[in-house]
Ligand binder design. Sequence first.
Ligand SMILES: Cc1cc2nc3c(=O)[nH]c(=O)nc-3n(C[C@H](O)[C@H](O)[C@H](O)COP(=O)(O)OP(=O)(O)OC[C@H]3O[C@@H](n4cnc5c(N)ncnc54)[C@H](O)[C@@H]3O)c2cc1C
Ligand code: FES
Length: 243
Amino acid sequence: MKKLVSAEIVSVQLLNQNYLLLTVDTGQAVKVFAGQFATLQIPDVFLRRPFSIHDAQGTRLTFLIKIVGGGTQKLANLSVGQKISVIYPLGKGFAVSKKQAVLVGGGCGSAPLLLLAKQLGGRPLVILGGRTKDDITQRDAFAQYAQVKITTEDGSLGTKGFVTAELPNLSPDCVVYACGPEPLLRSLHRLAQEKKFELQLSLEAVMACGLGACLGCVVKTRATGHLCVCQDGPVFRAEDLPW
Ligand SMILES: Cc1cc2nc3c(=O)[nH]c(=O)nc-3n(C[C@H](O)[C@H](O)[C@H](O)COP(=O)(O)OP(=O)(O)OC[C@H]3O[C@@H](n4cnc5c(N)ncnc54)[C@H](O)[C@@H]3O)c2cc1C
Ligand code: FES
């Protein structure tokens, strides 16, 4: 059941010049499934901005945020004790499977995967990829719940190349959960068609309402026509996407 709350900022931690970790106290503990997101009403920004729930502990939610524009910059400038309006949990998260799990996150696409690694248990393999080492921000947090492999395109951390360089041999007994830039998701989609493993993809779309009302975030799907990323996703089964 989604909630609209006035949440108190309890921590704003700049991880580097491009990323921040924002924790808010919502005042109430609500069950959150990994892959679900929240929308934040940033002061003096017209539309709410969507962010994956990176971690949920008791009444607290944490977001891993890449600073890309005016709204995210304003989030970085918030102070502890300020209040912010949050609607959560939104959308459908990952469908947890008993298959051997591999989690793949590109840049801030790693955000929903921490909660997923916690909820899956059993220390799954997490592959974190980025353009440079600055995109790999939560390695230690992931290492508490998962085996972590790192790739960077410039070789500044981990293996040089794309996340696909660290993928293990994938079979129909495996499930890959992925979030990140569309080229990454599309390359996993092609691989899943070839190797027949299960693939769940968390998509991004520009969102206005985040509630299924404005149809600003529709994607085309195979069986059911157009669906809203905000309400029917953001996680979709790869075979449902006509890529
Ligand atoms: C379901 C969902 C979950 C998300 N989770 C996270 C997350 O955990 N961490 C995170 O850092 N970001 C996440 N995003 C993206 C985040 O919402 C945007 O980066 C943010 O809204 C940008 O706000 P802004 O005002 O700073 O940028 P704007 O000034 O609005 O835009 C700056 C630039 O970012 C681009 N942009 C804006 N919104 C999006 C978007 N939704 N997708 C792709 N590009 C966008 C714009 O085209 C523009 O080039 C998520 C998006 C969705 C839809
Ligand atoms: S953002 Fe309005 S319908 Fe999805």
